[in-house]
Write a protein that binds this ligand. Structure first.
Ligand SMILES: C[S@@+](CC[C@H](N)C(=O)[O-])C[C@H]1O[C@@H](n2cnc3c(N)ncnc32)[C@H](O)[C@@H]1O
Length: 384
């Protein structure tokens, strides 16, 4: 596909996303119909769409959209102008978009930061002077990180094995076994190093969070909201544990047995953790706004609403209460979110401590994209 044809495809896809369809669904159905598109084209179109969603309002302004309006064309035109490729993408060729005549406007204020207006006070309160830098960081793609599987290899050996397959990496200071991928990230999932379980894809801050959970060999541990199991696998790599994984939606854990086998660790899936309780450590990596990972899921930034956030906060407090009931005397609950908001972190923990006698906050951690990884909160709550 010509560059202009890729831009035209991205415009069509973004128009559907702006009308309310999920980006992944629209990309998949475009891919099925676009037999002429090779893998490089598909990846390039996907990148334009996701870059556009990360910078929706700033690109729309640059692309000449009248204030308050958003179209696929204005977003992609803004992206082209930001990258200095307008003449290549908007060349008026038969498969490309028409040559642009729209005047560019420099985005200002919250538009320049691509920050939803209604959430701004909460983000400012949580981030203080980091507010603008964090919102700017969320406008860029997330780096790709790997976790070296300490149960199978060393950081140096994993880097060498990846380099032999053409994938370049460097250690990242956020976590002990974190590697930032500096070249050929798209090769990872087909590499032997990955297939043999020497490395796993995991954000560096997510790794740091799993490293902060206190563990001793032989401990009985529950990952209460295990999802795909990224944190379960990171915990399992740290010590020999009796490790259980649960999720309200067990289908989310469908790949976990294969991932655990690849990593060489044992994780028992459970649909009824109460029947295995009590646990020495319960990790509650609760469903949340995802505001710390808007680089990966930029649709989430624009689709979050006050009602949805309130529903999440209520669900989080239910899950935290359940985690506490599942925890042994002298045990620890790790309450974790990938949210930047106080409502889902500090306020949630303060409300738990106020309503639950016999618990105290042992330590808390905050990660933001300014440290390169995603944004996370972790509170370690100890049962007296
Ligand atoms: C943030 S994700 C977990 C990510 C996962 N820990 C990881 O590191 O890959 C939250 C998970 O909580 C699950 N969930 C939602 N409501 C729940 C509930 N009431 N109890 C347990 N899990 C729940 C969701 O299905 C989702 O998989």
């Amino acid at each position: 596909m010509q560059l202009a044809a890729r831009a035209a495809a991205a415009i069509g896809i973004l128009d559907k996303v702006l009308a309310g369809e999920p980006a992944e669904k629209v990309l998949t159905s475009w891919g099925r119909g676009a037999r002429y598109a090779g893998s490089g084209d598909r990846a390039a179109v996907r990148d334009i769409v996701y870059d556009g969603l990360r910078c929706l309002r700033s690109f729309a302004a640059l692309g000449g959209a009248p204030i308050g309006t958003l179209t696929g064309r204005s977003v992609v035109l803004g992206a082209a102008r930001a990258a200095g490729v307008e003449a290549l993408w908007f060349d008026g060729s038969p498969h490309g978009p028409a040559v642009a005549t729209e005047p560019a406007a420099q985005p200002e204020g919250l538009d320049a930061l691509d920050c939803p207006a209604w959430l701004t006070p909460q983000l400012q309160q949580a981030l203080g002077e980091d507010f603008a830098p964090v919102m700017q960081a969320l406008q860029s793609r997330a780096p790709v990180f790997l976790r070296v599987n300490a149960g199978k290899t060393t950081v140096e050996a994993a880097m060498a094995a990846l380099a032999a397959e053409g994938i370049t990496t460097r250690p990242h200071p956020l976590a002990q076994f974190a590697l930032e991928v500096t070249g050929n990230a798209r090769k990872i999932q087909n590499s032997a190093t990955y297939a043999e379980g020497l490395v796993e894809l995991q954000d560096a801050a997510s790794q740091a969070l799993a490293e902060a959970v206190p563990l001793r060999a032989g401990a009985k541990v529950l990952d209460l909201c295990a999802g795909g199991g990224g944190k379960s696998l990171a915990l399992a790599a740290r010590a020999k544990l009796k490790l259980y994984a649960h999720d309200a939606n067990p289908r989310r854990m469908a790949d976990l047995p294969a991932r655990a086998a690849r990593a060489g660790v044992k994780i028992t899936l459970t649909t009824a953790p109460e029947s295995q309780a009590p646990f020495d450590v319960v990790l509650a990596d609760v469903p949340c706004s995802g505001s710390g990972s808007w680089r990966r899921d930029p649709e989430g930034k624009w689709s979050l609403s006050a009602e949805r956030l309130a529903g999440l906060v209520a669900l989080q407090s239910e899950i935290l209460d359940r985690a506490a009931r599942l925890c042994a005397p002298n045990g620890v609950v790790g309450y974790a979110t990938c949210s930047l908001l106080r409502a889902e972190n500090e306020d949630q923990v303060a409300a738990f401590l106020a309503r639950t006698p016999g618990w105290s906050l042992r330590e808390s951690y905050r990660f933001t994209p300014l440290q390169d990884g995603d944004g996370f909160g972790l509170a370690l709550l100890a049962r007296d």
